[in-house]
Ligand binder design. Structure first.
Ligand code: TMP
Ligand code: ASP
Length: 235
C-alpha cells in the first residue's frame, strides 16, 4: 500500500505489516515523507490495538517485533473505510456546509468504498448490500464495533488531553474468528486536536498538518506518541 508494505511469513495465517515514512493525500495526488512516521504509527497503532483487545475488541494485531513491524493475522479485508465522526471536519464540512467542530451527537458512522479508481465514494447501506460487500448483519456488526471502538478511544485520548475528532477503520474477515479490526489507527487515520491549544492550526496533531501544509508534521506525530506513552505508563 501507500504507507505500509505487507510481507508473507512461513505461517500462512500471519503477515508482517512494515510501516514506511511515505505519506500521500488526496488519493495520492500529494506525496511526501514524514520523518519517522513509520515508527510512530507502528507504536501508536500497537498501543491502541492492545488497548482495544484488552476491552474485548478483536483485532488483527499479534505483536510488534520491531519499531516498524507489526505481526498481524492474515484477514480478507472488507473493502470499506468505516469513518466515525465526533466533530464535523474534513469532507463532512466540505460536502454538507456544517461548520468545523460542530459536535455530532450521537457520533456519525459512515461507509466509504475503498476504491482509488472511484475516489473512495460515500456509500449507503443499500449500496453496500447491492454491491455484495457485506450483508445486513455484517453492516450492523461493523456499526456496533465502530461505536464501541469510538467509546474506548475517546476515553483514552481524553486522558491524553487530545480530542478525537474523527477516524477511519478497516475490518477484515479472519479464518474463523469473524470480523477483526485491521489496518492501523494512527495520526494518519485520525483527526486529533490538542486540548491545550485553542488556535485551529496550532492544535492539529494529525495528518491534516501534511494535507494542508501546516508545518511541524513530524513533531505533531511525535507529540501524539509521547502523550500515549505517558498515559500508558501511568496505567
Ligand atoms: P474525511 O473527512 O476526509 O472524509 O476523513 C475522515 C477521517 O478518515 C479522517 O480522520 C481521516 C481519515 N481518512 C483516512 O484514514 N484515509 C483516507 O483515505 C481518508 C480520505 C480519510
Ligand atoms: N491516504 C489517502 C491518499 O493516499 C488520503 C488521505 O489520507 O487524505 O490519498
Amino acid at each position: 500500500g501507500k504507507a505500509k508494505i505487507i510481507y508473507a511469513t512461513d505461517d500462512p495465517d500471519v503477515l508482517i505489516s512494515y510501516f514506511k515514512d511515505d505519506a500521500t493525500a488526496f488519493n495520492a495526488q500529494k506525496r511526501g515523507q514524514i520523518t519517522n512516521k513509520g515508527i510512530v504509527n507502528c507504536k501508536v497503532a500497537s498501543h491502541l490495538f492492545q488497548l482495544l483487545e484488552a476491552q474485548g475488541v478483536k483485532t488483527h494485531w499479534l505483536d510488534t517485533p520491531s519499531e516498524r513491524e507489526m505481526r498481524v493475522r492474515a484477514v480478507k479485508i472488507i473493502p470499506l473505510e468505516v469513518v466515525v465522526r465526533n466533530l464535523a471536519a474534513g469532507s463532512l464540512c466540505k460536502q454538507t456546509g456544517l461548520a468545523l467542530g460542530t459536535v455530532l451527537t450521537p457520533p456519525l458512522v459512515e461507509f466509504y468504498y475503498k476504491n482509488d479508481d472511484l475516489g473512495d465514494p460515500l456509500l449507503t447501506r443499500d449500496r453496500i448490500r447491492v454491491m455484495n460487500i457485506a450483508d445486513e448483519a455484517q453492516i450492523n456488526e461493523l456499526i456496533r464495533l465502530a461505536e464501541k471502538i469510538n467509546t474506548i478511544l475517546q476515553t483514552f485520548f481524553q486522558r491524553c488531553q487530545i480530542t478525537l475528532v474523527d477516524f477511519k477503520l478497516e475490518f477484515g474477515l479472519g479464518q474463523m474468528n469473524g470480523i477483526l479490526l485491521a489496518d492501523e489507527i494512527s495520526p494518519d487515520t485520525c483527526r486529533l486536536w490538542d486540548q491545550a491549544k485553542s488556535d485551529q492550526v496550532d492544535r492539529v496533531l494529525d495528518k491534516d498538518r501534511f494535507r494542508q501544509d501546516l508545518g511541524h508534521v513530524a513533531e505533531a506525530y511525535q507529540e501524539v506518541l509521547q502523550r500515549i506513552l505517558g498515559q500508558v505508563s501511568r496505567n
